[in-house]
Design a protein around this ligand. Sequence first.
Ligand code: 2HG
Ligand code: ZN
Length: 461
Amino acid sequence: MNPQALADLSSRLPELRLLTEPGDLEHYGRDWTRRWTPAPLAIALPASIEEVQEIVRWANHHRVAIVPSGGRTGLSGGAVAANGELVLSLARMNRVLGFDAVDRTLTVQPGIALEAVHTAAREHGLIYPVDFAARGSCSIGGNIATNAGGIRVIRYGNTREWIAGLKVVTGLGELLHLNRGLIKNSSGYDLRQLMVGSEGTLGIVVEATLRLTDPPPASHVMLLALPDMQALMQVFALFRERLSLQAFEFFTDVALKHVLAHGAQRAIEGDYPYYVVTEFDAADERAQEVALAVFEQGLEQGLIADGVMAQSDAQAAALWRLREGITESLAPHKPYKNDISVRIGAVPVFLQDIQALLAHEYPHMEVVWFGHIGDGNLHINVLKPASLSDADFIAQCEHVTQRLAETLHRHGGSISAEHGIGLVKRAYLESTRSAAEIALMRGVKTVFDPNGILNPGKLFA
Ligand code: 2HG
Ligand code: ZN
């Protein structure tokens, strides 16, 4: 790179905040994956759309790669800058820009935290329903870039469903105003949806108009203990048929062990192999009776071993903590993560296949299962044994992921359900997308970013 490039950036944008201290490069150069050593050129913190556009023009001129950066809570390496890139952090563009009561939309800047979006929506008596444990740290721009899912997809769908409009800066620095809040718009290709889930490779989201909705009715939160995976899927079918589910999340005894060791409180005495946290509408007493009847039926049929229903908001939060605290509790064990999905109908057979695969391939490693079973989305975390070096551990995990990818391919599943491909799953993209699809995706990338400025190396090599 031309050594004058950074000086040129400062002279084009004298007000731009630029960081080059080693501590900042380290902080902004990584996400929650801890596999790569951060090595960005510098960190730019623009405060306006015009500044973002000028940075992109500058990057084209000097052929500097840009890594768009939000809360950096990603688990696929999508926001890692390990090759002299400019990190373009949207952290300063974090305001609510407006609320439209008639359209029921909230317009925000990309750096705003998901939790702040929740708060802003509630101030208007509405909700933004996409939700997950990283809510306090992740940013809406990153949620859009990965089409984030989370714990309420079963009721509300992924981030994609809630994007009414986007302002995006392309790889050449053009500003696009996509869909502009319209509900109906049948005027050709939906570029807004193309941007959602594009992992910062096609454009930088600089403003988003989010759809809001009515808060759900009062709900109940239950923890269930289950004897096996087959029972779990039967209980899911039973609950979904009789109750109006807001969430249906599972985890194993191994996950529970870690989350309890990390400070969560035990809610069921006794040890069981599988657990479910479920939340469902309970607007009136009748709904509560139905819930209890369904629970009794599960007990009688031997599908449910034990269960507890939260009696207060505090108890509900404590039950949720058992599920939502898992990722944090595993972090010290340097987990290798898989975030996979199959059709809900394919889950039981698929589970048998991967249980056999993992028992065979990982007899000596601790494997933690949890996730959004009601969406067909499993998180499989493999914990690093102290005896293995980081490199050997990752090499072994990559080998198994190849087998997992083949199994997913057979079942028509996806190697990334909600975390994105980034760097971590790049080598396995072919298991989920056909050669023709990948060729078209590469073609699309060239149209939006002809000089390969935006997040190069992510999604594709
Ligand atoms: C969750 O569902 C997140 O809690 C993180 O998607 C999953 O840590 C993981 O593997
Ligand atoms: Zn998840």
